[in-house]
Ligand binder design. Structure first.
Ligand code: SAM
Length: 279
């Protein structure tokens, strides 16, 4: 393993068995591990049977920490950067350190591994060819609703992090902006004992979260199906709304057939749209 390098190393988001072999090799080989919370990372290293010098790098000390890490790199040492869980820099500290290290001309080596966004998306059953991630939702309801409104016409799958204290309120805000029928997937406690995926309309998922305390505990990734690409589908928004309402009460074939009779669109086209929307 080369000297003078910064390794950006992903760590588990719950299940310790998700640590990669390469991450362990890097931890073994580097001189210093820069960690968001040194006590937290120490527990992971103890589990792996590795002892290293740890340096704290968090949101409140990144400038000083960058200076210290640059000195280590200048003196020929190698450094691994980790956050508490998942991939560093993804809604986590490290950006300042990384830009300084790159500016100073040192090599940076990513060591990929768990990331809550990707873990959630790959099992959500929502379109993953295009998605948009804006980090944590704003904590205040007004700002949250403004954010949701700004994404009303967004066609890509929306992915966001939310805290357990606000998950219910945020889902209510989503219902006010997107309506009760927009599809949502709540990925909770990924890779842990109580891993749960709640899939359904916003109204359904909100009702399940409201009625069960356990569904408000732990860590969450929220994913919302993007706005329907009505133009590309070549049918009106009204026809899609009609199809959606009917498919709540009837088998999709019948819903498509009735919507076709009322709107004049082709039954097969509406049926296919229903399938695409998982109605
Ligand atoms: N860097 C991390 C990553 O790669 O996913 C994310 C760090 S961010 C500070 C922490 C947030 O990620 C949590 O509040 C939650 O929204 C999400 N998250 C992290 N671990 C998770 C898990 N096991 N299940 C669900 N969401 C998780």
């Amino acid at each position: 393993m080369a000297e003078n390098q910064l390794y950006v190393v992903a760590t588990p988001i719950g299940n310790l068995a998700d640590i990669s072999q390469r991450a362990q090799q890097v931890f073994d080989a580097v001189d210093i591990i820069a960690a968001e919370d040194t006590r937290h990372t120490k527990r992971l290293l103890n589990h792996l049977g590795i002892q290293k010098t740890l340096v704290a790098v968090h949101d409140h000390n990144e400038s000083q920490a960058a200076g210290l890490l640059l000195r280590h790199l200048n003196e020929g040492r190698s450094v691994a950067l980790v956050s508490d869980a998942g991939t560093p820099l993804i809604a986590d500290p490290g950006y300042h350190v990384l830009t300084e290290v790159v500016k100073a001309g040192f090599n940076v080596v990513p060591v990929p591994g768990p990331c809550a966004i990707i873990t959630a998306l790959c099992a959500a059953a929502l379109p993953t060819d295009r998605f948009i991630f804006d980090g944590f939702l704003p904590p205040k309801s007004t700002a949250r609703q403004q954010y949701f409104s700004s994404m009303l016409k967004e066609e890509r799958t929306l992915v966001m992090y939310e805290s357990p204290h606000r998950i219910q309120e945020s889902l209510s805000d989503m219902v006010s902006v997107y309506g009760a029928d927009r599809e949502v997937v709540l990925a909770r406690e990924l890779t842990k004992t109580f891993e749960t995926f709640l899939r359904g309309s916003l109204a359904d998922v909100l009702a399940r979260v409201e009625s069960d305390n356990n569904q408000r505990k732990g860590e969450f990734v929220v994913m919302i199906r993007g706005a329907l690409q009505a133009k590309k589908l070549d049918v009106s928004d009204d026809a899609i709304r009609m199809l959606t309402v009917m498919a709540d009460e009837l088998p999709l074939k019948q819903a498509a057939s009735l919507t076709a009779k009322i709107t004049g669109y082709k039954k097969n086209k509406l049926y296919q749209i229903g399938l695409d929307l998982s109605l």
